[in-house]
Design a binder for this molecule. Structure first.
Ligand code: GLA
Length: 641
């Protein structure tokens, strides 16, 4: 059975759309060759992070039409809809079964009475209703034959019923048929694609051995990147992309990848969907929120308009984020806004107390999340108990969030340097909860209560008056190739004890690959950027054999101080730094080794749309080699220093 399943996958690989095959050919020939393009996902409706509501955190599989429409009605009545919350998304639990022999999916009629139409089972009346209210509608499926509740909630009364085949409700082998049903026939606008079907149905699983489900050889493994078959998963997402284009040719769709940071998806999810989950599920526990936040917080260069990091849905309304915990609820909301995370409400809004609805409706904070520049906040100060996140806005202003993760109040010195603003000019902070303004020069002291996040819009004079550091514009910098050849778990992500497994077993191990990925103002392994003893407060840290794509936005010059970072272990290999503009070589360094002072690179990028920054080294050496693009910036002036 397992063998057959594997053959099935291989067969499907051969059906990859031509463009994917061509991209693979490009990558196989020379992944560092300039592509003159932007390879992250831009199809669909992800120009800003999706906002809306999802049924899972509030109801799990115990969903029905009244619950969903009740929450939608509150979004409408409370004014949240007018503030941008527009996707109303069904999660797991809606399917009755797959009809045989034609394979059409049937909706649970007792839960969705409007689906019982003359022509059979259809969500069209439901989506029509949502559309008439001004909303968009979202649906849930899985990469495999079965969903996550079938994998992990065996006792749920809400699971699909019927024969083994009738209970196979996922996309595996059915992509064209199901995407057509969801988008062309039923009128959905958003799909979340989960991955339990390709993770939890191996031949040795009890639920498979008992004959309850068919085996599908797992291609994802939460605990081990090396046991994941990444090309197979990518191929299936590629087919889903193609089906969405087929059945929504006007591009009015949103694709949400949900493989929880497994399979190194934090490096490549940005190429396949509008949002991509960076971790396992959030729970309404402070410590779990920290884990989910951490899984995305250092992935600032992997999120862009069209392709966002997704640390999971909001849990405002329950547990540590209920109406008795407004400090925590405000923190959760502020942090998700700063990360450009999807703002998907996970509460039963029919009963949510108004103070929590007011948090979700803070228009100033929503505006940070929806800022058109699409820059995820970067970490200006990082410690286990306190972090300062700074976000560059399209207006030229900034936002800053000061996040006290711990249990002790902290008096924080916020400095002009954290903000990359001049210390001799006034800086004005607008508190986005109280709306109060304060002005200071150089630095100011702020009291931050336990678990509080102080969040401000910031006006001041930029240290770099003539342009932007690339690390201030991560939404326009895409690590197309980040140099990571052996993905490793990021040890800096908070390892909370999982609520659903208690404390049985050996505890949480570092599990989310991403360590060694490209970073803003940091080396790939969290050190400060430094070349031959010279520190760079701004810049991009990345491994050698990497290629960054940068959207230009009308600047005239790219300038950087390049070299092998002092943190590199390999002192022998030489790295050449190259700058391309729309595919043409514009500047090239001499071969640089560890300990050599930085070389200045300047490139005339006037009129160029896509700049590419390549750091190339030969084969050999057994350590990954951190290199630094120190002070890398796009400037308005053409003058070369
Ligand atoms: C997974 C996902 C959740 C939710 C459930 C549904 O756990 O990560 O967000 O969709 O499945 O079963």
């Amino acid at each position: 059975m397992q063998e057959q399943a594997t053959l099935g996958w291989r067969h499907r690989l051969a059906l990859l759309p031509l463009c994917l095959a061509m991209a693979a050919a490009h990558a196989a020939s020379d992944p560092l060759a300039p592509s003159a393009g932007w390879s992250a996902y831009t199809a669909g409706q992800g120009a800003t992070p999706p906002m809306g509501w999802n049924s899972w955190n509030a109801f799990a599989t115990n969903i029905d039409e009244a619950k969903i429409l009740g929450s939608a009605q509150r979004i409408f009545d409370s004014g949240l809809a007018a503030k941008g919350y527009r996707y109303i998304n069904l999660d797991d639990g809606w399917v009755a079964h797959r009809r045989m022999p034609d394979g059409r999916l049937l909706i649970r009629p007792e839960r969705f009475p409007s689906s019982v139409t003359a022509g059979g089972s259809s969500f069209r009346p439901f989506t029509d209703r949502l559309h008439a209210m001004g909303f968009k509608a979202g649906i849930y499926s899985d990469l495999g034959r079965n969903t996550c509740s079938q994998a992990y909630s065996p006792d749920s009364p809400d699971l699909p019923k019927g024969s083994v085949l009738e209970r196979e409700v996922g996309l595996y082998g059915r992509i064209d048929q199901d995407i057509k049903l969801y988008f062309a026939d039923w009128g959905f606008d958003y799909i979340k694609v989960d991955g339990c079907g390709v993770r939890a149905f191996g031949a040795n699983e009890a639920k498979v051995r008992s004959g309850q489900y068919r085996a599908l050889a797992p291609v994802l493994d939460m605990e081990s990147v090396t046991r994941s078959d990444i090309p197979v998963v990518q191929a299936e997402f590629g087919q889903i992309n193609a089906a969405l284009r087929r059945y929504r040719p006007n591009g009015d769709f949103l694709l949400s990848l949900c493989i929880w940071g497994s399979g190194d998806v934090r490096a490549w999810g940005k190429n396949f969907g509008n949002v991509s989950r960076t971790s396992d599920d959030i729970t309404p526990a402070w410590s779990r929120m920290l884990s989910n936040f951490d899984s995305a917080a250092k992935r600032e260069l992997y999120a862009h308009p069209g392709s966002w990091n997704d640390p999971d849905m909001l849990f405002i309304g329950k547990g540590d984020f209920d109406a008795e915990h407004l400090v925590e609820a405000r923190s959760h909301f502020s942090l998700w806004a700063m990360l450009n995370a999807p703002l998907l409400i996970g509460a039963d809004l029919r009963t949510t107390p108004q103070p929590l609805v007011d948090i979700l409706g803070n228009a100033d904070i929503i505006a940070l999340n929806q800022d058109p520049a699409g820059n995820q906040a970067t970490l200006a100060y990082d410690a286990d108990d306190l972090q300062i996140l700074v976000k560059q806005l399209a207006s030229g202003q900034k936002a800053v969030a000061i996040f006290n993760r711990g249990v002790t109040a902290i008096d924080v010195d916020l400095t002009a340097e954290h903000l990359k603003l001049r210390k001799d000019a006034p800086i004005t902070l607008t508190d986005l909860w109280s709306k109060a303004d304060t002005t200071f020069t150089n630095e100011t002291r702020l009291h931050v209560a336990p678990r509080e996040t102080r969040i401000f819009r910031v006006q001041g004079q930029r240290t770099l008056a003539d342009g932007l550091y690339l690390s201030e514009m991560p939404g326009s910098v895409n690590p197309a190739v980040d140099g990571v050849t052996q993905p490793q778990a990021d040890p800096t992500i908070f390892r909370s004890s999982f609520a659903w497994s208690g404390t049985k077993g050996p505890g949480e191990r570092p599990m989310y690959a991403g360590w060694g990925g490209a970073r803003a103002d940091s080396t790939p392994y969290g050190q400060l950027l430094q070349i031959a003893g010279a520190r760079y407060a701004a810049g991009i840290g990345i491994l050698a054999n990497s290629r960054l794509e940068v959207r230009n936005h009308g600047y005239r010059r790219l300038s950087a101080q390049v070299g092998v970072d002092d943190s590199a272990q390999d002192r022998a290999r030489a790295v050449t730094f190259l700058v391309y503009g729309d595919g043409k070589l514009l500047a090239k360094s001499k071969p640089m080794r560890w300990g050599q002072p930085a070389q200045a690179l300047n490139a005339d990028v006037a009129g160029v749309k896509i700049i590419e920054l390549v750091a190339r080294t030969g084969a050999g050496g057994n350590a990954q080699l951190p290199v630094s693009w120190g002070d890398a910036a796009l400037l308005s002036s053409a003058r070369h220093d």
